[in-house]
Every structure is written in structure tokens, then in C-alpha cells.
Design a protein around this ligand. Structure first.
Ligand SMILES: O=C(O)[C@H](O)[C@@H](O)[C@H](O)[C@H](O)COP(=O)(O)O
Length: 241
């Protein structure tokens, strides 16, 4: 489902409403809410909204379990860290027990070993359903999402839930949830805005099937739903607006 909204603020408000509603439903059903946060810059206003009234008081933060969809393999105080951005805008301002916040980075030598640890953690917390209550995603101008970048072997990963690789284009190691795990989520919400996203958004939603070039096409929920929250600029090339 796609919602074309006026601007970044309307997208952030819509995403915050979805977050609160999903949290209430999950906590009512199973006394917990598992969410994978996106990185990048697009969610900053959404996170800030959730950390303030009227949203902050609507979530039982003690029951929230925070993970990430992907991360740059950099220390938590690095300005490129997705965990740092989420902490500054949201996590430092809400009472989630620190033991329930799981950054996708640790000060260890081997990111691959850490990816295996993160996968075991997810298997323990999500259980056999492998189903997050909510996954927030962004999309790059090239159509990537999480750290599922065009042309990378990770796009063909069928078994692992978490993997890592050296992204030559950015000279950095990335760690990411894989498409099979993302697609098990109950709810997936894309948050994107701006004209720069328009060409890729057309290709992802209305273009030829070509996930190698436009990896966001891989996101096809197996059981839940995907909601695209976009602004008019990002939707400019879509036909069925
Ligand atoms: O670590 C990351 O970079 C993100 O997880 C990535 O997938 C992001 O969502 C897109 O690159 C969009 O980034 P913007 O929101 O900055 O446009």
C-alpha cells in the first residue's frame, strides 16, 4: 500500500501513528513489541516525534525491543552510526531498558562473528516465526534498502537472517538483515521523501522486475503488509497516483 503525503512532516506523523498503533496491538497480544529501526537521515523527524508528546506517553516503552535493519560497521560514537542517530533522536529520551536495545555493532574484531551472534539473538527473541512486529525501512536513490545494495551477493541470501560484507562503494563494512527475514515481518513501513527517490521508486513499484538493480523490490511481505509513506516529489514518476 502506498500513501502519498504532502511532505516529510506528514510522513513522519503517519509513521509515528503506525508505530504507536502497532506497539499497542503487539503489547496487548504478547506483552512485547519488536521493532527494527532504519538508519539513514529520513527517519530523524519520526524518531524525534516518538520521543515527545503526544506520542511518547502512548507507548509502553518498557515492553519495546529495539533492533536495527542494518548498520555501518563503525563505533557507536561515529557520526555515521545508525545506532548513534537513533539514540540521539529517540532512544536516549524514552524509558526502554538498555538490555532491550540491541545495536547492530560491537567492539569486536570480526563482524561476521557478530552477525552470527545477532542472528542467534533474533532467533531467541523472535522465535521460530522470525516475525518482527514492525520493520522501518528507508530507500536510497539507487533503490537499495537496509544494506541490500545493487549487485551484491546478499541479494541472493536465502538462509541467513543477518549477514555482513565489505561495501566497496562506501569503503566500509555493512551488516544487514536479509530479505527473507525482513519479509517475515507483520508490518514493514518505508519512509522516504524527495525528488531524488523518484526514479528508483518508479522502478521499484512499477518498473520491470529487476531486484539486482533495485533491491527494494525484494521486500515482498510473506505474511504481513508493506506500507510506503512517500511525499509527492518522490512519487512524481508513479502512474497510479
Ligand atoms: O544505513 C543506511 O544507510 C540505511 O539503513 C539505508 O538503507 C537508508 O535507509 C537509505 O540509504 C536511505 O537513506 P536516507 O534516509 O538518508 O535517504
Amino acid at each position: 500500500m502506498i500513501s502519498i503525503l504532502k511532505d516529510k512532516h506528514e510522513i513522519s506523523v503517519a509513521a509515528a501513528d503506525i508505530f504507536v498503533k502497532a506497539a499497542k496491538a503487539a503489547i496487548q497480544e504478547k506483552d512485547s513489541f519488536t521493532v527494527a529501526l532504519t538508519g539513514g537521515s529520513s527517519p530523524a523527524e519520526l524518531y524525534a516525534l516518538l520521543a515527545a508528546s503526544p506520542y511518547k506517553e502512548q507507548v509502553d516503552w518498557e515492553k519495546v525491543y529495539i533492533f536495527w535493519g542494518d548498520e555501518r560497521w563503525v563505533p557507536l560514537d561515529d557520526e555515521r552510526s545508525n545506532a548513534r542517530m537513533a539514540a540521539e533522536t529517540l532512544l536516549d529520551h524514552v524509558p526502554i531498558p538498555k538490555t532491550q536495545i540491541h545495536p547492530m555493532w560491537a567492539d569486536v574484531e570480526d563482524p561476521e562473528k557478530f552477525a552470527q551472534y545477532y542472528e542467534q539473538l533474533l532467533r531467541r527473541i523472535l522465535g521460530p516465526s522470525a516475525s518482527f512486529d514492525l520493520i522501518l525501512l528507508g530507500m536510497g536513490d539507487d533503490g537499495h534498502t537496509a544494506s541490500l545494495f545493487p549487485g551484491k551477493p546478499v541479494l541472493y541470501e536465502k538462509d541467513k537472517w543477518v549477514t555482513t560484507y565489505y561495501l566497496t562503494e562506501q569503503s566500509m563494512v555493512r551488516i544487514t538483515l536479509t530479505a527473507p527475514l525482513i519479509n517475515q515481518a507483520k508490518k514493514i513501513v518505508f519512509v522516504l521523501f524527495g525528488a531524488g527517490k523518484a526514479p528508483a521508486l518508479y522502478e521499484v513499484l512499477e518498473g520491470e522486475r529487476n531486484f539486482e538493480k533495485y533491491p527494494s523490490q525484494l521486500i515482498q511481505p510473506a505474511v504481513g503488509e508493506a506500507i510506503w509513506l512517500v511525499d509527492e516529489a518522490a512519487a512524481a514518476k508513479l502512474s497510479n497516483k
